[in-house]
Design a protein around this ligand. Sequence first.
Ligand code: THU
Length: 132
Amino acid sequence: MEAVESELLKKAAREAAKASYSPYSHYPVGAAVLAEDGQIFSACNVESSTYGLSICAERNALTAAIAKGLRKFRALAVWSKNGATPCGACRQVIWELCGEIPIYIIDADGKEKCYISSVLLPDPFDEKKLRK
Ligand code: THU
């Protein structure tokens, strides 16, 4: 992936966090996913007073892209003030929808880490493999 693309992706994740609806945790998160064709889809976390119904930024970004017909993704970026890594539920969904991609984790100081999907979720449940 070109450096300019990853920079745009990280910027989109940071911008997306500004729309965060997080009145319960007060923990804004933004995520952005880069589709195969170069389009970027971004989203924030959206919380519910029934806390368990809250949806993470990562899954919101991915479902926004899927809803527009995109099916192949090249990278994901996640922004939070202290560089939180994706939760377990998001790791599973990232694996299923994206496969092995780089996942950039960025914090408010601009520090970044990058993991590939299988490092965040080793030996995942994979329905496609079970069908073989
Ligand atoms: N959250 C995300 O959006 N993504 C993550 O990777 C970790 C957690 C959200 C869920 C909730 O709205 C808030 O952060 C605090 O857990």
